[in-house]
Design a protein around this ligand. Sequence first.
Ligand code: NDP
Length: 253
Amino acid sequence: MNGLAGRVALVTGGGRGIGRAIALGLAADGANVAVNYRRDADAARETVEAIKKLGVRAEGYEADVTDFAQCEAMAELVLADFGFVDILVNNAGNASRGQSVKSTDPAEVHKLFDTHAFGAWAMSKVVIPSMREQPRGDIVMISSATTVQLPANSAPYNMAKAALEALASTLAKEERRNGIHVNVVAPGLVDTEMGRRLVKGAMGVEDIRTMDTTAPFGHVCTPEEIADAVRWVVSDAASYVTNQRIGVDGGAF
Ligand code: NDP
């Protein structure tokens, strides 16, 4: 794939895991990339360097997406550095602790909602004015198979991702007239730090790759397979696609 030359992507949580693969994938297709991170500056720096080796521009930006002022400040810096943003990938996220509603601390519900739903809302709000000025805009929400499965002991995550998908569908209707496509990419289990922690906590699995034999298509999904769906949905090949939820879960759910 290619065809993103001249476009500018901002990927939240782009320093590591799925976000890193998305940032590198969009760069491989020619986009300049702003990489957001919250704490892991080393990972973000390494990702920025890897992107630059692909011949496009990349910069790292520290911001916590749960804080609206930090989202605004980051958008201002990115716009000053790159001129505009026409691809936003709301990927930043964290998992819940796997407890029942009865046992969950209220702070965990607020934290998950703030990261997945409020953060995506805030980042969309601050980049939309710039995106509206471009011939095409794309906002991609990284959700989860959880919104279909709605497993027990995951209420904070289930609720937060459901809200994220509600935001996507609402925004798609609001922004279509402005040339902005809004879509959801929803992974199942993916081999990242979060995925490894999830299977260890929920199933006692020490090595996620031991799940390859029972996983769809003979392997646990890679971050690059999620990135490929994002690369497609923001490309010219998806010029008439908006308000869609693309499950990348091997049909497991
Ligand atoms: P990782 O734990 O590997 O990475 C999480 C990323 O999110 C990090 O880059 C982290 O940045 C960033 N982040 C977390 N909180 C914030 C915040 N408040 N502000 C800015 N950045 C933040 O997770 P994955 O790569 O696995 O997950 C990426 C997305 O994919 C998430 O939305 C997740 O819910 C979703 N997903 C993952 C699945 C999986 O099995 N792995 C399955 C389904 C969906 P830093 O390191 O700097 O803190």
